[in-house]
Unconditional design. Structure first.
Length: 367
């Protein structure tokens, strides 16, 4: 015979709430049986039986009778005890977190982020690209950031400089017209350079330490396609110092200079006043609009990395050429997401080799 009427509303998959546990405690004090409580709450009798068993506590009662003291023990259901037992059991529910099974990756990632100053995205991308660990052991970038936020990693948000300083707002400013013309405008630069598909197109700029006129500055050049960086320390921020550094770079590159440097894009700073004149026979030099740093976006992004090592306001007089070389090498050996997690150094060598059409590969120019 099929039962057509039910006294209990089915609530499968719904755990008891704290309010229901309080109701159970009240009804038990009033002498209700487990089955009667189940009917009252619309729950299965077995659910109530299990809850009462788990939430029962032993209490002691002392009674004095005819000059004698008697101790009695009895059990009573307590809503708080039931809730505490439930919370403890919930800690053991669910699958084991991924970080608990990937200790090797966690330690390697901490080393790269703390010692080598890699970003979480580079850590994940490089590990996947080079198959350093099993794919199942490597989290996505978002998960790695979550591990850092939750304290699973030794790395903290303070160790991730870009996370605290990155500005994601789009630039809506319009370029201004040049009042000081140092050479051809960026508007005359071939459109193919914008695509970054061809090699040998550079951006040049300077990095200052303190605002003292006599303090040395860094002359930086970055190749747009490979993001290969060259850092040169010059005596001051003058056109003469820049011209001398470029001439020295030209002599060291020798016959390969024209293959390495096809165009250079600069801003309108007075230190670059002689750049077009000194290089016009071998390299096309273009100048951006005033207050349009986004037209040399590659160079600006590279400067953010340099500032990790040389904060603004720090005098550069004590910085030696060897320190500049260390910073340059770190930047060129840092895997980049936009390069498919290849390093600028490796990509630069490959592109230079293509330019020389199979000739023996030479090391790129360094500081």
């Amino acid at each position: 015979m099929t039962q057509e009427q039910f006294n209990t509303n089915s609530r499968k998959g719904k755990h008891l709430s704290y309010q229901e546990r309080c109701q159970i405690a009240i009804l038990k004090k009033e002498g209700y049986s487990n089955r009667a409580i189940a009917k009252s709450l619309g729950r299965s009798p077995q659910t109530i039986h299990n809850e009462v068993k788990r939430g029962s506590v032993t209490q002691r009662k002392r009674q004095k009778q005819k000059g004698k003291i008697y101790d009695y023990t009895y059990t009573i259901y307590d809503a708080d005890a039931g809730k505490a037992h439930y919370d403890q059991q919930r800690l053991n529910c669910g699958r084991r977190p991924k970080w608990a099974k990937t200790n090797a990756f966690v330690e390697w990632a901490d080393t790269k982020m703390l010692e080598d100053k890699w970003s979480p995205d580079v850590v994940v991308g490089y590990a996947l690209e080079n198959e350093l660990f099993e794919t199942a052991m490597i989290p996505c970038t978002t998960t790695l950031y979550h591990w850092i936020d939750s304290g699973v990693m030794k790395t903290r948000n303070l160790d991730l400089l870009e996370k605290l300083s990155r500005n994601t707002k789009k630039n809506t400013k319009k370029a201004r017209r040049n009042q000081r013309v140092l050479g051809p405008s960026i508007e005359e630069r071939p459109q193919e350079i914008e695509t970054r598909k061809s090699f040998g197109h550079w951006e040049i700029d300077t990095v200052i330490g303190s605002k003292v006129a006599s303090d040395p500055v860094l002359l930086t050049l970055v190749e747009r396609k490979t993001r290969y960086e060259v850092i040169l320390k010059i005596k001051d921020k003058t056109a003469q110092a820049v011209d001398e550094a470029i001439e020295s770079l030209r002599q060291r590159a020798g016959e390969s200079f024209s293959q390495l440097f096809k165009t250079i894009t600069s801003d309108n700073g007075s230190e670059f006043a002689g750049l077009h004149t000194s290089l016009q026979e071998v390299v096309n030099v273009y100048f951006t609009h005033p207050y349009a740093s986004w037209e040399r976006g590659t160079s600006e992004n590279q400067h953010k990395i340099i500032r990790r090592f040389l904060p603004k306001g720090q005098p550069l007089e004590a910085i030696c050429d060897r320190q500049c070389l260390r910073i340059q090498n770190w930047m060129n050996d840092y895997p980049r997401k936009q390069l498919g997690y290849q390093t600028p150094h490796d990509l630069f060598i490959r592109e230079f080799h293509k330019e020389r059409k199979g000739e023996p590969v030479a090391e790129p120019v360094s500081a």
